[in-house]
Design a protein. Structure first.
Length: 92
């Protein structure tokens, strides 16, 4: 299985995996609008890989088969100030 990976021009660290280069037929229109301009990052042979960066390769493969695309969004950022406040309250 080979897929094309595109970077969003509108959202940082957001990537769209599709089954064929420049074919977005399976991607819902609202998602395409939210994604903004697309920049091809790479073509990936998933069958020759056992992992991807932060994405679970099995979830990527499954999503590509079931819905024709996979959207990778960055994990939520930790609010360090709130975390520090909670740690201080815990120490009292």
């Amino acid at each position: 299985m080979i897929c094309a990976v595109y970077k969003s021009g509108r959202r940082a660290d957001t990537y769209l995996f599709v089954t064929k280069r420049d074919v977005f037929d399976d991607v819902p229109e609202p998602l395409m609008e939210m994604f903004g301009s697309k920049t091809l990052v790479m073509i990936v042979p998933l069958s020759k890989r056992d992992h991807l960066g932060i994405a679970d390769i099995d979830k990527v493969k499954s999503a590509l088969v079931e819905q024709g695309y996979y959207l990778q969004i960055p994990p939520p950022q930790i609010n360090l100030l709130e975390q520090h406040k909670q740690e201080l309250a815990f120490k009292k």
